[in-house]
Design a protein around this ligand. Structure first.
Ligand SMILES: [Zn+2]
Length: 275
């Protein structure tokens, strides 16, 4: 079948072009092919829509990865892309598929009025395009760590494991024996803190103390496990601050009834993507 497909002119065309917030950094070799500052985004196909509506695939991030690769052909391997580009790409795909406006319902926190707002998704894209990933954290003056964003696959791993542990924690409420309950709660907390160490280790690339740069993961792990509480908290806080910057920016709206300012957090999960 070497001849040109006569249906080709009816294929999807790019709807918008975006610049990736990561500036094309932190991709595994081969995961991104093309100019990061001019990435074509296609609308979702009928197949994409079916994939996005498969609950299990969505939970693991499998569906999102497939749809990103389909609508953004420059991305060759979405699982190995930096997670900081995911939200911007999903917003871009939503714009390419359904347009710039997205309606969101929000009950006023002051008067209880149910309002419907039209969010302009282009503003969110603009927010992301102005960000820069800060990869250097000065924990203390003589202690500097270099971090990288988690890859999408890693991010999903940590959020699923965390979700499972939180669910187990919740289920301990059903345990009748107080002693048994405490035992299980202790184990779950231990696993949660272990998960956090693993997350830190994944994100931290190097640790610099005075003039020595340590890259060996085993040394970094030993240090993390033996460091003082204060440094540990400092790292945790800095990583969380960094993460918050890369979350979807909350949108300010005014209540139609009492004019109070409300904040809407836009999410692009399965339940909101198609609304
Ligand atoms: Zn109100």
């Amino acid at each position: 079948m070497n001849q040109l497909n006569p249906l080709q002119k009816f294929f999807r065309q790019p709807k918008i072009f975006i610049s990736l917030p990561s500036k094309g950094l932190y991709y595994e070799p081969g995961a991104l092919q093309g100019d990061y500052s001019n990435v074509p985004i296609f609308a979702m196909s009928g197949m994409d829509e079916i994939i996005m509506k498969t609950p299990d695939a969505l939970f693991t991030g499998e569906a999102t990865a497939k749809v990103i690769e389909s609508c953004c052909p420059y991305i060759k391997n979405a699982k190995h892309m930096p997670s900081i580009d995911i939200d911007a790409l999903l917003v871009a795909i939503r714009i390419a598929t359904f347009g710039d406006k997205m309606s969101v319902n929000k009950t006023c926190t002051k008067c209880g009025e149910e309002n419907e707002y039209e969010i302009e998704l282009g503003n969110i894209l603009e927010y992301f395009s102005g960000l820069k990933f800060i990869n250097t954290i000065n924990v203390f003056e003589n202690l500097i760590i270099k971090i990288r964003p988690l890859q999408y696959e890693e991010m999903n791993y940590f959020s699923i494991e965390n979700f499972k542990l939180q669910k187990m924690l919740y289920q301990t409420n059903d345990i009748a024996s107080e002693e048994e309950k405490q035992k299980q709660v202790d184990t779950i907390y231990k696993n949660l803190s272990e998960l956090q160490v693993q997350l830190f280790l994944t994100a931290i690339e190097t640790v610099q103390v005075d003039n020595t740069v340590v890259t060996e993961k085993a040394f970094i792990e030993e240090w993390l496990r033996n460091t003082e509480r204060e440094s540990y908290q400092q790292i945790k806080q800095k990583l969380e601050e960094n993460k918050a910057v890369w979350d979807m920016p909350p949108q300010k709206v005014a209540c139609g009834h009492c004019a109070a300012e409300n904040q809407i957090s836009v999410t692009l999960d399965q339940s909101s993507f198609f609304v």
